[in-house]
Ligand binder design. Structure first.
Ligand SMILES: *Cc1c(COP(=O)(O)O)cnc(C)c1O
Length: 434
């Protein structure tokens, strides 16, 4: 297993504690409500609550109480501009201009909105290229978009195959960028294996073939820096409740490269109107000259308040510092697995790519058998990872609130679960959400 030059790995508990002591981000754990007695490793599914979220939401509730409708212009952050305000806060994390990012809708709704704009099929060029490892919601949405344009989704959706069921190969994806492809939509980080795709390379290849390309960055924004403008990506979208800690079901984000501001929005609504004329309430749409044009409806102000608190923490900590610590945490965890859990009877393996530039924020830990029951045994010990069928335990050490000592403890617990065959006490029957 590759080792990180910055980590001089040593398998002792003291070593983990010494890393925590010199961790420049260690104070940020105090900015979150950390569940008592637990080790939370699921921040890539639902980030923990920033303490400031409660105050933020309370502030908007008070504004609602005291200002009523006036809150739209007189709130501390005027509600009318809240989505733009969040866009401005989030833009530096993705290498975009403030007006290219907006908080709106939800992840899958934003996918629909952007695809309905950028997918302009013709009889000859009508296919969408995606990949077979993508999140199911994205695939359902793409098929429905193809159907809505009168094409057969069976023919119209090309899914780049995985080399091994876990990873994708960029060159193979590029080889599928043929004349028939009208649009490409790919993930930044694969939700199961944690592979980080080469967005720059894929975008260059797509543009060389005159194909617009967009990315679902739900699993990377807040963990990995992005450079959408420099890469010249056409569009992107991401949720706010994973690494951005915006809260369950909070509004999502989208990015539209400024060279597309004059494109006609596919799914129009009144919040996409130029703000100066929106309240003229004319029946002709005066499209905003910003990513804000892709808003459909009023911003969700309560969720905006909690998202804002999460974004402020990341701004303060610095996305580059977060990435650096995240890489060290995941490297440390892989080193521990290789030291303690690789050989039989443990027999764990790592499915995510090892190289830094190809891995996102989480580890895909695997084993031939009993993975679900092992994940249940971990939960019984107060350790919260998540399970992705058929054989992956995702471990997401979050730079803002997880520690090296926690990872040490998790690996020792896994070792005990196998030594004592503890997993045999758990049922194989899956719960609705695991
Ligand atoms: C989390 C996630 C989603 C979530 O979709 P919602 O519409 O927010 O429920 C979509 N795509 C990917 C890749 C995700 O990781």
């Amino acid at each position: 297993m590759a080792s990180n030059a910055k980590l001089n790995f040593n398998p002792s508990k003291n070593y983990a504690e010494s890393l925590d002591k010199v961790d420049p981000l260690n104070e940020y754990r105090n900015h979150f409500v950390y569940p008592k007695g637990k080790i939370y490793l699921d921040g890539n599914s639902l980030g923990l609550m920033p303490k400031a979220a409660e105050e933020g939401i309370q502030r908007v509730l008070t504004e609602w109480k005291t200002l009523g409708i006036e809150g739209w212009l007189e709130g501390k952050i005027p509600w009318f501009y809240y989505a733009e305000h969040l866009g401005k806060l989030c833009a530096p994390f993705v290498g975009a201009k403030p007006e290219e990012v907006i908080a709106t809708g939800t992840t899958t709704v934003n996918l629909h909105s952007l695809v309905s704009t950028f997918y302009q099929p013709t009889e000859q060029k009508y296919k969408i290229l995606a990949d077979e490892l993508n999140f199911p919601s994205d695939i359902y949405a793409l098929r429905s978009q193809i159907e809505l344009r009168g094409f057969d989704p069976q023919q119209g959706l090309v899914l780049a195959p995985s080399t091994d069921g876990n990873l994708l190969d960029e060159d193979q994806i590029i080889s599928l960028m043929t004349e028939e492809i009208a649009l490409i939509l790919l993930p930044s980080v694969l939700y199961r294996s944690g592979q980080l795709l080469d967005i720059d390379k894929l975008t260059k290849a797509a543009h060389a073939r005159h194909i617009p390309i967009g990315f679902d960055c739900s699993h990377s924004v807040g963990a990995v820096p992005h450079f959408f403008d420099a890469w010249n990506v056409d569009f992107a979208f991401w949720c706010s409740y994973k690494y951005l800690n915006g809260g369950p079901g909070a509004s999502a984000f989208l990015y539209v490269n400024e060279r597309h501001f004059s494109k006609t929005v596919g799914l129009r609504g009144w919040f996409g109107n130029n703000k100066k004329t929106q309240f003229d309430l004319a029946l002709t749409f005066d499209q905003a000259k910003s990513a804000g044009a892709w808003q459909i409806s009023s911003p969700n102000t309560l969720s905006a308040a909690s998202i804002e608190s999460g974004l402020n923490i990341i701004t303060e900590a610095g996305i580059e510092n977060i990435r650096e610590k995240s890489l060290q945490l995941t490297q440390y965890f892989m080193n521990l697995v290789s030291h303690y859990l690789h050989n039989p009877p443990y027999s764990f393996s790592i499915l995510n790519p090892i190289e830094e530039k190809r891995r996102g924020g989480h580890i895909a830990l695997s084993r031939n058998a009993e993975v679900y029951r092992i994940s249940q045994a971990l939960k019984a010990h107060g350790i919260i990872p998540d399970f992705r069928p058929p054989n992956i335990i995702r471990i997401a050490p979050i730079a803002l609130y997880n520690t090296y000592s926690e990872l040490y403890h998790v690996v020792q617990t896994l070792k005990n679960i196998i030594d004592d065959k503890e997993f045999e006490n758990f049922s194989d029957e899956r719960k609705e959400i695991s």
